[in-house]
Design a protein around this ligand. Structure first.
Ligand code: SAM
Length: 285
């Protein structure tokens, strides 16, 4: 396991992913009934943007850095505000120093009755994650293979919530693992919302992934992608994708408002664009 998220924290992919996660959890808050978020590949929780890793790539400047500086219209501003509030809360003195990863973003959105289960397999990262949430009774950090959580940990006792699956894609077969993991998890927790992150690098591989998802027969699968440039000649992270199964009914419209603005803010070249479509709808076979 060589992947370290600290090199990429706050980049354009994190921004899109974390905005979507924030919108989903805000929707879960609409009912008083408790929910649980399960973050299967959680990372360390809080990233130092002036640390050695982030300093080597400066990827955050093309992501959260740009978003914080951007002027957006009122409708977009309202939808992205809760996410930006969390980022700003982690940087109370004003300078951008810390970027919150997915478990920390979710933690900001938990009410007293809600819980977060965060899994991380890398021993050092799991230790840092445990430190981030030390003494927090609403968060359970486990050093464990996140793919296992898609079986044994489901359904959560709250019977409602979000499962975020955000693997590093450093080994071959990760797309297949996502499809198999979703199929297993959906059998145990068919009413849950699942958010699966994927890279847009090899577009043929993405097409195969979409076909495989459709063939699972699982209904209500929304796909969202944002590419920041036209396809690169060499494999490169040109875009970020998220599959959302059982999305809140509000999410599609929210993303139709947010994504065009993000293309303008995060896009690097003319080829920047977004996609938002149903891989399978509610009733279609
Ligand atoms: N979800 C995090 C966020 O948005 O802030 C970022 C996660 S990063 C893309 C992927 C993480 O998965 C890395 O921290 C890596 O150490 C961890 N990891 C790799 N294989 C894993 C596995 N089988 N189970 C759990 N974690 C794993």
């Amino acid at each position: 396991m060589n992947y370290r998220h600290a090199y990429h924290a706050g980049n354009f992919a994190d921004v899109v992913k974390h905005l979507i996660v924030t919108r989903i959890v805000l929707y879960l808050q609409r009912k008083d009934q408790a929910f649980r978020v399960i973050d299967t590949h959680a990372g360390i929780g809080r990233y130092d943007l002036q640390g050695i890793e982030a300093g080597k790539t400066n990827e955050w400047q093309g992501g959260i850095g740009r978003l914080l500086e951007a002027k957006v219209d009122a409708k977009v501003a309202e939808l992205i505000q809760p996410y930006l509030d969390i980022v700003r809360a982690e940087n109370a003195d004003g300078a951008m120093r810390h970027y919150p990863g997915s478990p920390l973003i979710v933690r900001h959105l938990l009410r007293r009755q809600d819980r977060l289960s965060a899994l991380e397999l890398h021993p050092e990262d799991a230790e840092m994650l445990a430190e981030t949430f030390a003494g927090d009774i609403q968060v359970r950090v486990t050093e464990l293979d996140g793919w296992l959580a898609l079986g044994a940990h489901l359904p959560p006792k709250e019977k409602r919530g979000l499962v975020l699956v955000d693997p590093p894609f450093e080994v071959a077969g990760e797309f297949d693992r996502l499809v198999d993991g979703l199929a297993r998890a959906h059998k145990r927790f068919s009413g849950g919302t699942f958010a699966l992150w994927y890279p847009v690098k090899d577009r043929q591989e993405v097409r195969r992934f979409v076909t495989a998802l459709r063939e699972t027969g699982i209904p209500k699968i929304l796909r969202t992608e944002l590419v920041i440039r036209a396809p690169s000649p060499e494999p490169r992270l040109d875009g970020t994708g998220m599959i959302v199964v059982n999305p809140p009914y509000t999410l599609e419209d929210e993303l139709r408002t947010i994504l065009p603005a993000l293309v303008k803010i995060l896009g690097e070249t003319q080829g920047a664009d977004f996609a938002l479509d149903w891989i399978r709808g509610e009733d279609r076979a």
